[in-house]
Ligand binder design. Structure first.
Ligand SMILES: Cc1ncc(COP(=O)(O)O)c(C=O)c1O
Length: 351
């Protein structure tokens, strides 16, 4: 069923075979005992350390660690240069330019639209309901023979709420194409990840990232979880060495030293509540939307002016006031206690 959804070009594509892919060791000789003259690297070394060799194109060691953490099989994991890379590759695998279309559910993460435009793939936009949930009947009636992917972001950016699992289930069951659930913020939510439903839904792709709770935005490491068949297609089209050696090594070491991560989560959730309480006490704040993420969406009088005044005070939040359903809204990331106090004190002065 998945094969039918894949662009014919990709089905028959002969992927690039790198030096490190072609070399298959059959004995038990340690890798260090081999002389590698197959990849035109600098055999003498590098100025800054052990970086003269190409990294593992399949990121086997890192995938083993991610598989353990996420309770999935390594063959259900694709690692990308940020989850943004996985979003782009999903278009390249499934969407024939100028022919196919995808459905996005605004207000939502902006990269789905940009990736569609880059790949010359038509977009259908079905707005979320006023309480930021899926308008399932409208989505289902928008689906046509060329609809290949529906992007659902849960918890959603910029609205911060979780999307009702039941409505995602309806899409997974009724839509014969790919349902992408982008869980970039799932680590801040108490909801079960959709990775646990992969065995049930062959058309499900779950995106997660090391850029948020894990504090590794600079490394650029995102994850896509799906059936081994879908992962195989993503691997077929990815650049051979898409995850660089430094990122692989540092991410592995973060996974081996993860004790801080749970503490950060707890601290961020406590700080979120404190920030929400302080914001609620400000007379100009009209609404704070419920959050399952490490940010809050705040409806505030004169959002544009407040945004500018905050910048003048050297505090940068995200102005979402031009986005449909987010009129007069600012998106505010939960900062450290000092940063949150500074924000509140500055807002009090402004207001
Ligand atoms: C919903 C969502 N998905 C994906 C991303 C991109 O994450 P990455 O840093 O892994 O590319 C973001 C970043 O803000 C996001 O908000």
């Amino acid at each position: 069923m998945i094969e039918k959804l894949v662009r014919p070009t990709i089905q028959t594509l002969q992927p690039y075979s790198s030096a490190r892919d072609e070399f298959k060791q059959d004995g038990n000789t340690p890798l260090d005992d081999f002389v590698f003259l197959d990849a035109n690297e600098n055999s003498y070394g590098s100025a800054i350390g052990n970086y003269n060799r190409y990294p593992d194109p399949q990121q086997k060691e890192l995938k083993r660690a991610v598989a353990h953490l996420k309770k999935v099989q390594p063959k259900q994991i694709f690692l990308g240069n940020g989850s943004d890379e996985a979003i782009d590759l999903l278009f390249r695998v499934f969407c024939e330019p100028k022919e196919d279309n995808v459905i996005i559910l605004p207000p939502t993460y902006g990269m789905y639209e940009v990736a569609a435009n880059i790949n010359n793939v038509a977009l259908q936009k079905i707005s979320l309901t006023p309480d930021f949930q899926l308008d399932t009947p409208a989505i289902l009636s928008a689906i046509n023979a060329n609809t290949k992917i529906i992007f659902v972001c849960s918890p959603n950016n910029p609205t911060a709420n979780l999307i009702e699992p039941k409505s995602i289930e309806v899409l997974l069951e009724k839509f014969a194409g790919i349902v992408v659930v982008d869980e970039a913020y799932i680590d801040f939510s108490s909801a079960t990840s959709w990775t646990q439903a992969l065995a049930k839904y062959p058309n499900l792709v779950v995106l997660q990232t090391f850029s948020k709770l894990w504090g590794l935005a600079a490394l650029r490491l995102g994850m896509a979880f799906a059936s081994p068949e879908i992962i195989g297609y993503l691997n077929k089209v990815k650049p051979p060495y898409n995850i660089n050696g430094v990122t692989q090594a540092l991410a592995l070491s973060a996974l081996e030293n993860s004790s801080q991560v749970e503490n950060w989560k707890n601290t961020i959730l406590v700080e979120r509540e404190l920030l929400v309480n302080s914001l609620e006490a400000l007379p100009q704040v009209e609404k704070i939307y419920p959050s399952d993420a490490n940010f809050v969406l705040v409806k505030i009088q004169n959002a544009d002016a407040v945004y500018k005044e905050l910048v003048n005070s050297q505090i940068v939040v995200r102005n979402r006031s031009k986005v449909t359903l987010c009129e007069n809204c600012l998106r505010i990331t939960i900062g450290t206690p000092e940063e949150n106090t500074l924000l509140i004190n500055t807002l009090k002065k402004l207001l």
